[in-house]
Design a protein around this ligand. Structure first.
Ligand code: ZN
Length: 94
């Protein structure tokens, strides 16, 4: 069965560096200040460092794909259907 998850957890360490595009050079970096600690604590973004070019920055640990869009549309359709049914029931009662 297909997963209905809207967002997928991904590991940016396996991806390419946003600066030099080299693969397998990213490493999780320790937070340096309160702002970075807060962002890391939220879990959506983490600080990374490139061992090749020295780039340091935030990368999302979640990705939004076409499958996410389909799942979102399906959820929207279910909600719309529930609203229509509820409306019809209310109209018939009163
Ligand atoms: Zn790099």
């Amino acid at each position: 069965m297909k997963s209905l998850a809207v967002v997928w957890k991904r590991n940016p360490v396996l991806g390419a560096c946003p600066s030099c595009k080299s693969l397998n050079t990213l490493k999780r970096s320790h937070s340096r200040n309160t702002k970075e600690k807060l962002i890391n604590r939220l879990g959506f973004y983490h600080t990374f460092r490139c061992r090749s070019c020295g780039w340091r920055g935030y990368l999302s640990t979640f990705s939004f794909t076409l499958h996410s869009l389909k799942a979102l549309l399906m959820y929207a359709a279910i909600i719309a259907f529930a609203v229509i049914i509820t409306y019809q029931v209310i109209v018939r009662i009163f």
